[in-house]
Design a binder for this molecule. Structure first.
Ligand code: ATP
Ligand code: MG
Length: 341
C-alpha cells in the first residue's frame, strides 16, 4: 500500500501558509486516497528547536498541532490515517544518524533554507539547524513514503531525501528504500501547477513564515479573527492600480487572490476573472479580510471542540503503528550497513 506523508513543525503557531500549503493539500489527498493508501500526518516535534523556542510551551503546542490536523478535516476513524509524534518513534533519530554518514557535507551545505535561516538567527546557528533536512529524509524514507505534500520552500529538502535514498539503494540494496516521487510528480499529485507559496503580508516577495517575528507579516491559526482581518486590510500591495494576477509585478495582490481562492475552495482562475479589470484594492482587501475572519472563527470553533483525551487516543494508536513500520525499516537498514545480522 502506498504511503502519503507530511508534517508541520510545532515550533510556533502555524499560519494560513502552513494550512494552505501542507494541511489542506494533505487533507484533500486523504479524502481522495485513504481507501488504498496510508496517510501519515506526523508532528515533527524534534525539528521544533532547530531555532530557539520557548520549551515550556512546546508540549502544549504539539498537542495543539494534533488538534489542528483533526480540525482541518483528517478522519481519525479511518484505520489508514496515522497521526504520531516524531519524538515518540525513536527510529527517526536512529536512521537520521545513519543517513548523516551517507550524506556528503558539500551536498548538505547547498540547502538554501539553512543559509536563509542562519542569517535570520545569526546568534543561534546550531548543528541541528544544518542537519535537519537529513532528519527529514529519515522521516520520509522510514515509511517508504512516495508522496509528500509540501509547500514550495521544502522541495530542495525533498530532493536531498531522494538523493540520499538513491545513493543508499545503489550502495546496499536496490529495494532498501522507496524513493519519493520527484517534484513535478508531487505537484501533479497535489493537483497544482506548481508548489504553493503564500507570501508575507508585509513583504510579499518573501514567503509567510510562522517563525517570523513580525506579527503583521502572518495570519496565525490562533489569531483573533477580527485582528487578522485588520492585518489583511493593511497588507502591502503596489501602485499599479489594477487588480491582476502577476506574482512578479504585483505579488501582494496576487497573494490576496490566492488566499481568497484557496480558503473558499475555489479555482484560482475563477477568482481572477471575478476581479479582472477592477481597480479598488480596498474592495479586494475587504473581501479577503471577510474570508479570513470567517475561516479563522470556524476553524477555532472546531479546534475547541476536540478534547485532550481524544488527542491521546489518536496518538496512542498512531504511534503504535508508526513504531512497528519504522522499526522494521530501521532493522533492514541496520542489516544493510552491517550492525545487525
Ligand atoms: P518556519 O518559519 O518555522 O520554518 P514555516 O512556516 O516555514 O515555519 P514549516 O514547519 O517549515 O513552516 O513547514 C511546514 C509545511 O508548511 C511545509 O510543507 C511547508 O512547505 C509549508 N509552508 C510553510 N510556509 C508556507 C507558505 N508560506 N506557503 C505554502 N506552504 C508553506
Ligand atoms: Mg519552514
Amino acid at each position: 500500500m502506498r504511503t502519503i506523508l507530511t508534517g508541520v513543525r510545532a515550533n510556533e503557531e502555524p499560519t494560513i501558509g502552513n494550512f494552505l500549503g501542507a494541511y489542506k493539500s494533505m487533507i484533500s489527498l486523504a479524502h481522495e486516497h485513504a481507501a488504498d493508501s496510508n496517510i501519515n500526518m506526523f508532528v515533527p516535534d524534534l525539528h521544533s528547536f532547530t531555532t530557539p523556542i520557548d520549551h515550556d510551551k512546546l508540549y502544549d503546542q504539539v498537542i495543539k498541532g494534533v488538534k489542528y490536523y483533526i480540525a482541518a478535516g483528517l478522519d481519525i476513524n479511518n484505520p489508514n490515517i496515522h497521526i504520531y509524534r516524531q519524538s515518540h518513534v525513536p527510529a527517526h533519530s536512529e536512521l537520521a544518524w545513519i543517513l548523516d554518514c551517507f550524506t556528503p557535507f558539500g551536498e548538505a551545505s547547498r540547502m538554501t533554507q539553512f543559509k536563509e535561516k542562519s542569517e535570520e538567527h545569526s546568534n543561534a546557528v546550531t548543528v541541528g539547524l544544518f542537519n535537519y533536512p537529513i532528519l527529514m529524509a529519515a522521516d520520509i524514507l522510514l515509511y517508504d513514503a512516495e508522496y509528500i505534500p509540501l509547500g514550495e520552500d521544502q522541495f530542495q529538502h525533498l530532493e536531498l531525501a531522494r538523493n540520499i535514498g538513491i545513493r543508499m539503494n545503489n550502495k546496499f540494496d536496490k529495494g532498501l528504500f522507496t524513493i519519493p516521487a520527484p517534484e513535478e510528480e508531487q505537484v501533479k499529485f497535489m493537483h497544482l501547477e506548481k508548489g504553493l507559496r503564500i507570501r508575507s503580508l508585509v513583504d510579499p516577495t518573501k514567503k509567510m513564515s510562522k517563525s517570523s517575528e513580525n506579527q503583521k507579516s502572518k495570519i496565525s491559526l490562533n489569531d483573533n479573527p477580527a485582528e487578522a482581518a485588520k492585518k489583511i486590510m493593511s497588507a502591502t500591495t503596489d501602485s499599479e492600480g489594477v487588480i491582476r494576477f502577476d506574482m512578479i509585478n504585483q505579488p501582494g495582490i496576487s497573494n490576496l487572490l490566492t488566499i481568497e481562492a484557496l480558503l473558499n475552495d475555489r479555482d484560482i482562475q475563477d477568482v481572477i476573472s471575478d476581479w479582472a479589470g477592477q481597480t479598488s484594492y480596498g474592495d479586494l482587501k475587504k473581501k479577503v479580510a471577510e474570508t479570513v475572519e470567517h475561516f479563522l472563527a470556524d476553524f477555532q470553533e472546531k479546534v475547541a471542540a476536540i478534547s485532550d483525551e481524544q488527542v491521546e487516543a489518536v496518538l496512542q494508536k498512531g504511534e503504535a503503528y508508526a513504531n512497528t513500520v519504522a522499526n522494521t525499516k530501521l532493522a533492514q537498514v541496520q542489516r544493510a550497513v552491517g550492525v545487525r545480522k
